[in-house]
Design a protein around this ligand. Structure first.
Ligand SMILES: NC(=O)c1ccc[n+]([C@@H]2O[C@H](COP(=O)([O-])OP(=O)(O)OC[C@H]3O[C@@H](n4cnc5c(N)ncnc54)[C@H](OP(=O)(O)O)[C@@H]3O)[C@@H](O)[C@H]2O)c1
Length: 342
């Protein structure tokens, strides 16, 4: 009998908020690996805000390609186990990452560049590591947090750094990297439980941005201003940061999740970048692959020493991936959002 697996496809591009109804779960034959390919049984797959930017006919210029309708979704980070190999250097039992997620089985071309190189088929070192950490602190999330702080020169310590969406996958790592490298960290998130975690376990001075006035909350913690803002939110958060940055301050523009479903919302005070000699620096984790090795060594060291607190919110079964995406965008997940396929 023919073996089958399941994959998720986009049924329709959402207008406004994404819904599980925008996707369909389809049963397909397990692919047979061709020459130079491996067959991977995926065990963990990633859920990322950036997927929302690709659920439309055209993704933003320069970004990863939009997902086509009615086909498997390419370009989503995933961890799995090789079950058959026709590629040199890979053998059954190898645990790998690649970028053909949101499906149970994938035939992956060894050596073919995926996700600008971030998702190219790679065997993972599991020495004292859980496989799914490679979708979090030891993978793209760790790289994004580390690279963002690196490109605005915030790894030298001694400064005040504000991190938004701070209890999320990238944010919670940015908070800890900034603190472990000697900075004072202010962190904001959207629930009191997240704020407690940021304050009690991650060592940040934290506030709930949904309570009271954003500028007053930030100013209450950092009355003398901030040196660096790690921006995952955009809109009014970025506007508030521009108001509170000191002269010569820097912004790592990581993402703008407040605008992914509703369109651009500012900032309206961009002239402050001129008047205060600010640097606003956009960056991509995948554009900083040269930092991957040093980031992984640093993170693995902190994880083994118990200095880095890593949380994940796990949904079970491929069918839960669309729901996981909507929950994450709504702020109902903490740490890295993952789907377990085992
Ligand atoms: N530049 C890159 O290469 C790169 C790579 C990966 C991710 N990113 C970006 O980094 C950001 C975080 O990604 P992630 O994977 O770590 O996701 P995440 O933080 O784990 O999840 C997104 C979080 O954003 C918060 N949020 C949602 N809507 C918001 C709003 N209107 N205002 C303020 N906060 C809001 C929610 O937490 P609350 O409960 O706190 O609201 C939610 O949990 C996103 O902007 C993403 O696009 C960039």
């Amino acid at each position: 009998m023919m073996r089958t697996g399941r994959e998720i496809r986009v049924r329709a591009y959402p207008a406004g908020s994404v819904s599980p109804d925008d996707f369909e779960l389809v049963e397909v034959p397990v692919p047979r690996p061709g020459p130079g390919q491996v067959l991977v049984r995926n065990t963990w797959t990633s859920v990322d805000p950036g997927l929302r930017l690709r659920l439309r006919p055209d993704a933003p210029s320069g970004y990863f390609a939009a997902f086509p309708l009615g086909r498997a979704m390419d370009g989503i980070m995933t961890v799995g186990e090789v079950v058959e190999s026709r590629a040199e250097g890979f053998a059954p039992g190898d645990v790998v990452w690649h970028a053909q997620g949101w499906r149970e089985y994938a035939a992956v071309d060894a050596g073919a560049e995926q996700l600008s190189g971030l998702g190219t088929l790679t065997r993972l070192d599991l020495d004292e590591c859980e496989p799914q950490w490679y979708l979090g602190p030891l993978g793209g999330m760790g790289l994004t947090a580390y690279a963002g702080l690196h490109v605005v020169d915030a790894l030298r310590g001694g400064e005040t750094v504000w991190v938004s969406a701070a209890a999320g996958a990238v944010g919670s790592l940015a908070v800890q990297i900034a603190r472990l490298t000697g900075n004072r960290v202010v962190a904001s998130a959207g629930t009191d439980e997240k704020v407690d975690w940021l304050r009690d376990s991650l060592g940040a001075e934290a506030f709930n941005y949904r309570v009271g006035n954003l500028g007053a909350s930030l100013g209450g913690i950092a009355p003398d201003g901030i040196d660096v803002y790690f921006d995952s939110v955009g809109g009014t958060h970025l506007e508030t940061a521009l108001s509170h940055l000191r002269r010569g301050g820097r912004v790592a523009l990581c993402g703008s999740i407040s605008e992914y479903e509703s369109g651009s919302a500012g900032p309206r005070n961009l002239f402050l970048a001129v008047s205060k000699d600010l640097t606003l620096r956009g960056f991509r984790g995948s554009s900083n692959l040269h930092l991957m090795g040093q980031m992984q060594r640093q993170m693995a060291g902190w994880l083994r020493a118990g200095e880095l607190d890593y949380r994940q919110t796990v949904f079970t079964g491929l069918e839960s991936a669309p729901h996981a995406l909507t929950e994450m965008i709504a702020g109902r997940t903490t740490g890295k959002t993952l789907v377990s396929l085992d």
